[in-house]
Design a binder for this molecule. Structure first.
Ligand code: ATP
Ligand code: MG
Length: 247
């Protein structure tokens, strides 16, 4: 097998004296979709935030193939251009319209030409069905629309991988589908992704591999078929029962 695209080794993360992740190893291969599951507080968001440097880490390394170790060979700012992230809360700037939100990183961090970046943004907006909202402000958009804009913003940086942290958790049920469909399309096109979600049927559909965490530790990983039908640990069985997703 080729080198992993992203290789997380011996990751150790503390908040003050509280250990959130004692020692974690995880690889993401090119084109692979890994879904991270686990109960509230087990460290899923912490893991994603460490991968693109939104949290300082107290030990271990995050390495990208062909790029180097984040925070060492390349700055975290450069790393964040390689690894996009989408959050539950969209994080769009309220005072900027859709296209300016989308282009911010491409123009500021990547110093790209506006016409070139905007042409790419237009294409992506068309793909998610929001081209006609290009000059709208975030307050004029539904939650599902805002989240699709946040995805476009991440893609417009041409990342090697993207991290999605419960991106549908704040949405009304009727808007969940339109956002998840965009992610499924990205997966089918070969985007490498680490996804945290509580949508079990989506997880089963989109994942190449399920990683199940408990107290900052990966205690089980498997194909979705195996994980959802025959979880190996009692903790995973309990989790699936609580999520009312047993096969
Ligand atoms: N900024 C912080 N300061 C202190 N402790 C934190 C901070 N962020 C997270 N934690 C703690 O780290 C642990 C892991 O939290 P994290 O947010 O990563 O969990 P999670 O799996 O994403 O949970 P959820 O499913 O509720 O989003 C928890 O015990 C949490 O209380
Ligand atoms: Mg979380």
């Amino acid at each position: 097998m080729n080198n992993p695209l992203i290789s997380i080794k011996n990751l150790h993360k503390k908040y003050g004296d509280t250990v959130a992740i004692p020692n974690l190893d995880l690889d993401l291969h090119k084109g692979e979709v890994v879904v991270i599951l686990g109960a509230s507080g087990c460290g899923k968001s912490t893991l994603l935030r460490c991968v693109n440097g939104l949290e300082s880490i107290q030990g271990g390394s995050i390495h990208m193939d062909g790029v180097g170790e984040f925070g060492k060979d390349v700055s975290w700012q450069q790393a964040r251009q390689k690894v996009g992230m989408v959050f539950q809360s969209y994080e769009l700037f309220a005072h900027m319209n859709v296209i300016d939100n989308i282009l911010l990183g491409a123009l500021k961090a990547q110093k790209r030409d506006r016409a070139e970046a905007e042409a790419q943004a237009d294409k992506l907006l068309k793909r998610v069905g929001l081209f006609e909202r290009k000059t709208a402000f975030p307050r004029e958009l539904s939650g599902g629309q805002k989240q699709r804009i946040a995805i476009v913003r991440a893609l417009c940086m041409n990342p090697e991988a993207i991290l999605l942290d419960e991106i549908t958790a704040a949405l009304d049920p009727e808007m969940v589908r339109e956002v998840l469909d965009v992610v499924l399309e990205l997966a089918n096109e070969g985007m490498s992704m680490l996804i945290v979600t509580h949508e079990m049927s989506f997880a089963e559909k989109v994942a190449d591999r399920i990683v199940f965490m408990d107290k900052g530790v990966i205690i089980e990983q498997n194909t979705p078929e195996q994980f959802f039908r025959q979880p190996e640990t009692e903790r995973a069985r309990q989790f699936l029962n609580i999520m009312e997703y047993t096969k």
